[in-house]
Write a protein that binds this ligand. Sequence first.
Ligand SMILES: *Cc1c(COP(=O)(O)O)cnc(C)c1O
Length: 227
Amino acid sequence: MPDLAQNLLFLQNALAACAAGGQSVGLLAVSKTQAAERVAECAALGQRAFGENYVQEAVAKISALSALGLEWHLIGPLQSNKCKTVAEHFDWVQTVDREKIVPLLAQYRPASLPPLNVLIQVNIDEEPGKSGCAPEAAGRLADLIDSFPRLRLRGLMAIPDPAHSTDGAAFERMHALYRSLLQRHPQMDTLSMGMSDDYPVAIAHGATLVRVGSALFGPRPPRSEDP
Ligand SMILES: *Cc1c(COP(=O)(O)O)cnc(C)c1O
């Protein structure tokens, strides 16, 4: 069993060093395919925000751990037929990448909950077949999200092509896009980018939230099918 406590401490120290330099960077613990017990263990060590990719698997964990008051982010692709479930259970959706799902998320967000926090996923390397909107489509999506009071636009998210993400160029393009959208949407405060293999590079290029799975929990267990 990898040492979760030691890994978390290492990451916390790395992020605290950024904060000391004036850049505040949050940690999203990516818990996809990890058992609810592992999430609870991580929460007991002080981690509050968790990222999940598969809706069904996530809802089971969110329900099992509801007493812990954790913050849940959807970081996997969002199908329109899952918008209701997602709007009812998650605190954040990081993967809004097309107009069609925006009114659905707003419509299904329960009035008893605060507005749903939303990030626009950008396909920054314009890879064919990959999730995320084209960089030039982000502005229109941002305006649309802003028009729904049940949604709260918080910023942008990206998964650059891992084959060359460590050269920093894609992260830098994301940072530039984020800064340009901030002029029209000054309430934005989140640039989600960087994973286990490239988070230091992402931070060097302006990330405010890194999504770390295997460098925290160790190698991921295989996934049992999401029905
Ligand atoms: C799985 C995943 C991560 C975490 O990946 P690691 O390499 O294990 O840190 C981050 N972001 C997204 C969108 C993911 O799907």
